[in-house]
Design a protein around this ligand. Structure first.
Ligand code: AHR
Length: 314
């Protein structure tokens, strides 16, 4: 931000003359986690008196690019972007930078130069995969363990990084092998459909020891497919996934799922705080504001965790 714009922003804030207007380009609503992120972002904006302009891209990068261009044309004070895929953002981020509109990335990363955005709020996505993989290393049954993997949206940073992290964790354990890996696009229906094909290809499921799903929604779809095949999820096939949505805690309480790694849906709180400090006096945030990745298992009071989350917009 140049000095003129910065002093204008400070003046506006100190007189209370104008509320901030912030554009939010959201990916869509592919998962319970995504729905909760949208709800929490709206709540955090309302609590701060921010005028939030929301755009749902329905999973398409071109819609996100159009939304950012529209926010730039509207002259918003800042933009939040949850990028559906990691590549292809340079031009539009340069346009926002030229217009001196700070962009904050939420929950996913881009491969653009980091001077094209103010900061990124999110978890360490490789670490999430490592936590999931380490849980399997520590809890697998004796002998060879053939794992099937439901990947997230192809080309998205969580799909890339959660795959890498899991492989980092199981590397060196000769008994664990990834037998099959395919995208379920972070959706319940995708998880169910792909799990059905995995079961068919793997002796009706007898040859599968564990499922690693890049999110809970795909795991929940897969659990349905496993039950329909007459197999006991959580026992015959271990289930480990990521997000910590309420429904996975219900599945854990029922013994159908084993472990999940939490991803907080509150990315907007730290993003708005960073933007407020930047707007107030030009304070530059760290380039990466990291959220926690906590592991939950069946031993961690799953119904209590369900109750704590069930009204949060998932
Ligand atoms: O980018 C975060 C991922 O996107 C969540 O784990 C998944 O549920 C969502 O769709």
């Amino acid at each position: 931000m140049n000095k003129l714009l910065l002093s204008a922003a400070i003046a506006a804030l100190s007189t209370g003359a104008s509320a901030q207007t912030i554009g939010f380009s959201q990916i869509g609503s592919e998962s319970g986690w995504r729905a909760a992120e949208t709800t929490v972002t709206r709540q955090e904006a309302e609590a701060r008196g921010i005028d939030l302009r929301f755009s749902d891209a329905q999973q398409r990068q071109e819609n996100q690019i159009a939304a950012i261009r529209s926010f730039v044309a509207q002259g918003v004070d800042a933009i939040l972007l949850a990028p559906v895929v990691a590549t292809g953002w340079d031009s539009v981020l340069e346009e926002a930078k030229e217009a001196e509109i700070p962009v904050v990335l939420l929950d996913r990363r881009v491969d653009s130069a980091d001077d094209l955005y103010l900061t990124a709020v999110g978890s360490d996505l490789v670490h999430e995969g490592e936590v999931a993989g380490q849980w399997l290393v520590d809890n697998k049954p004796e002998g060879t363990c053939r794992v099937v993997e439901l990947q997230g949206t192809t080309g998205s940073s969580p799909a890339i990084d959660r795959a890498t992290g899991f492989r980092n964790a199981i590397e060196g354990n000769a008994e664990i092998e990834i037998a099959r890996s395919q995208t379920g696009d972070f959706t319940r229906s995708g998880g169910k459909e792909v799990m059905e094909s995995f079961l068919q290809a793997e002796g009706g499921g007898d040859d599968i020891c564990a499922l690693y799903a890049h999110n809970d929604d795909m795991a929940i779809g897969a659990i349905q497919a496993i039950k329909e095949a007459g197999i006991d999820p959580g026992d015959d096939i271990l289930i480990v996934s990521i997000d910590a949505v309420p429904d996975i805690f219900q599945a854990m309480a029922a013994g159908d799922a084993n472990a999940t790694v939490e991803l907080t849906p509150n990315m907007a709180g730290p993003a708005f705080d960073a933007l407020a400090a930047y707007m107030a006096d030009g304070t530059e945030p760290e380039k990466f504001i990291q959220t926690e990745s906590t592991l939950y298992t069946q031993d961690d009071d799953p119904m209590g965790e369900y109750e704590a989350r069930k009204d949060l917009g998932y």
